[in-house]
Design a protein around this ligand. Structure first.
Ligand code: WTA
Length: 637
């Protein structure tokens, strides 16, 4: 199998892009012919950004798992679909051929059905990075249930919020997860979350870490027992549910500038076509490739480029349970050497943290199988880019810097490996079907080059966000109302003389910590829940490894007296309310916050102080009490 729609030259890219913009329906209609549909579409695209309403391949019917699994059975039943590397390198790795994956997914789809899961039901998945996570995701898609995967680092409270928002009655989890030297008791966290979620009917628990768990009668069942029941019943196949192209495939919660995470909804048809197309073209994948994406399936990168993209393309997806520094900082390189990985797709944070260990951990590792390197999630600094290029790619592997978002479902701006030029720290050019533009703060398009502006997209691509679950108005106001008739990304970008885009970072109150999105309002809400906290303001500051760190200014009226202990307690509260990923790196206790007369916090000033720029704070004359600024400056951490 090869990919007839794989672009093979720079001219080919420009031609494809031009065609896709002039005739999106013709362009995507042709690409969609290469998938298996149970019924073809009535219309390729129907849209307006005002409501917004975006429909791709409307009228078509399909099941994404038939495209990710069944259709490969004719030609590659015995080739590996998923290879799994455990946290502990001394444990056994596992491998699933396409045929075995088909078997496992059908089996678990039967388990879901036996437990009452039906098409359209929301199923929350809270597991570590084990193959059963991918199997659970695919089994949901097979029965037409809407999966909502929650990253294993979120707290019980965060899970409860998401369960309520999605009204999810089913949960799939495991006893625990290994991450480096840690053993995270996932089922315990679920139990805490469920205290306030009595509507949950069933929790299916997979045994992985063998940590003790409590099982509630009538609600909790073991994965293994349920599989046995299916086996006893004769282990039947599971015919894939017929889905409309615009039926929801999944919900994935992500942070925005408000306190409450949004449930981003993607649908079956467009998401499938787009993740496959971008996977094949950006990475220049080959059917026999071993593709190693180091993300967690709890984030969009894992959804699109561990599960759906690579499997729909029939390649081998390598799933890794652990972390880059366990048992030592050579782990990624060991894995590449062991499995002869062809494509490595990781985050700048990981690269920066590994750089700090020097070249020792790279020595003696055979990385010659690598053909393409990728980065995602945050801007990559030039130093990290060059280190990646020289020491990992040995200057032979093109690096693709892929810019995209949970809401975009797949990569929107990136070079294509070896096809279009790369430029360090630039995502460069849009994918076919994507028309980016820059606007100023008034929403007026900036047409020249060598300019900075707010990054928008003019028209839909197949994996455009369709809605935010349960609240379409929120989707409209968040993404489609800032600038008339445009999708607003929340990012700023610079466009150079060649029209290449360089993402400069968020222009809203969203932080990007180690490639993870965290809203400042969410962190503030969590801090404010701590007893004794009067008010807080959270900003980002440059962090050598994480990209951005979290800096919190807190007015505290509690009695403690021991500042260090107060900081630790506040941190513990944030960890409990959101999860360890949102813990502030610095907490400065202050007596006041810089506010305007209308009561608005001037974050610009707080950001500068957090960045260490205490001299030129700009105009502070509009502040209610300018002396607050000096106090904050003087007690800066
Ligand atoms: C940032 C991750 C610079 C950006 C796929 C975006 C990037 C947010 C890049 C989305 C990149 C992602 N260069 N910045 N290559 N890729 N971002 O939803 O600020 O977790 O808006 O999706 O990450 O984060 P999300």
């Amino acid at each position: 199998m090869s990919y007839p729609y794989q672009i093979t030259s720079e001219e080919g890219y420009h031609a494809a892009w031009k065609k896709s913009i002039e005739d999106p329906e013709g362009f995507w209609g042709e690409i969609a012919e290469h998938f298996e549909w149970k019924r073809k579409w009535d219309k390729v695209l129907d849209w307006n950004f005002r409501e917004p309403s975006v429909k791709w391949f409307d009228g078509a019917q399909l099941n994404i798992t038939e495209n990710c699994i069944d259709r490969h059975l004719k030609t590659k039943a015995h080739e590996p679909a998923i290879i799994w590397e455990p946290n502990d390198p001394n444990d056994h790795h596992r491998m699933f051929t396409y045929q075995q994956l088909h078997f496992k997914v059908c089996q678990f789809a039967n388990v879901l059905k036996n437990n009452g899961v039906q098409k359209g039901d929301r199923v929350c998945i809270y597991m570590g990075m084990i193959p059963e996570l991918a199997i659970a995701v695919l089994a949901c898609a097979r029965v037409g249930a809407i999966h909502s995967v929650i990253f294993g680092g979120f707290s019980a409270q965060s899970i409860a919020d998401r369960l309520k928002d999605a009204q999810a009655e089913f949960i799939i989890t495991c006893d625990g997860a290994f991450r480096g030297a840690k053993d995270i008791p996932l089922k315990n966290v679920i139990d805490d979350a469920l205290i306030s979620c009595e509507f949950v009917k069933r929790v299916i628990v997979y045994t992985h870490t063998r940590t003790a768990v409590s099982m509630i009668k009538g609600r909790d069942v073991w994965w293994e027992d349920e599989i046995r029941k299916v086996e006893t019943a004769g282990n039947p196949d599971f015919p894939a549910e017929v889905m409309n192209a615009e039926d929801p495939l999944f919900i994935l919660y992500t942070s925005g500038s408000t306190g409450k995470p949004k449930g981003v909804v993607h649908t079956c048809g467009g998401y499938m076509v787009y993740t496959n197309y971008t996977f094949v073209n950006v990475f220049q994948s080959q059917p026999e490739d071993i593709h190693f994406c180091t993300a967690d399936i709890g984030w969009i990168t894992g959804h699109s480029y561990i599960v759906y993209g690579p499997l729909s393309a029939g390649t081998t997806s390598l799933m890794f349970e652990g972390i880059p520094t366990f048992p030592d900082a050579g782990r990624f390189w060991d894995i590449i050497d062991k499995y002869k990985v062809n494509i490595l797709y990781t985050a700048p944070t990981a690269i920066r943290s590994l750089m700090a260990f020097g070249l020792g951990p790279v020595h003696g590792k055979d990385l010659s199988s690598l053909r393409v390197l990728g980065t995602v999630g945050e801007p990559i600094n030039e130093e990290a880019w060059h280190w990646y290029d020289e020491h990992i790619g040995k200057k032979k592997c093109p690096i693709v810097d892929t810019w995209w978002q949970t809401e975009t479902g797949g990569i929107l701006i990136s070079n294509m490996a070896g096809i279009t030029p790369s430029k360090p720290s630039y995502a460069t050019l849009p994918m076919p079907g994507v028309e980016p533009l820059l606007v100023d703060d008034k929403g007026v398009e900036i047409k020249e080059n060598n300019v900075t502006g707010n990054l928008c997209i003019r028209s839909p691509w197949p994996a455009t966000i369709r809605t935010t679950y349960g609240d379409h108005e929120r989707c409209r106001t968040n993404y489609f109302a800032t600038y008339d008739n445009l999708y607003f990304t929340g990012d700023g970008a610079y466009r150079d003389e060649n029209g290449y885009y360089r993402i400069t970072g968020r222009v809203d109150d969203v932080l990007n910590v180690s490639g993870h999105r965290i809203g400042t309002a969410e962190v503030e809400n969590a801090i404010n829940m701590h007893a004794g906290v009067v008010e807080s303001a959270v900003v980002g500051f440059p962090h050598d490894v994480k990209g951005q760190g979290i800096y919190a200014y807190v007015i505290y009226s509690g009695s403690h007296g021991d500042e260090e202990m107060t900081r630790r307690d506040i941190t513990a509260t944030v960890s409990r309310i959101i999860g360890p990923i949102a813990k502030p790196d610095k907490i400065q206790l202050v007596t006041g916050l810089p506010k305007t007369r209308s009561g608005k916090i001037m974050r610009r000033i707080l950001r500068k102080i957090a960045e260490g720029e205490v001299e030129n704070l700009g105009d502070t004359s509009t502040l209610l009490d300018p002396s607050v600024v000096d106090q904050i400056k003087n007690s800066r951490l």
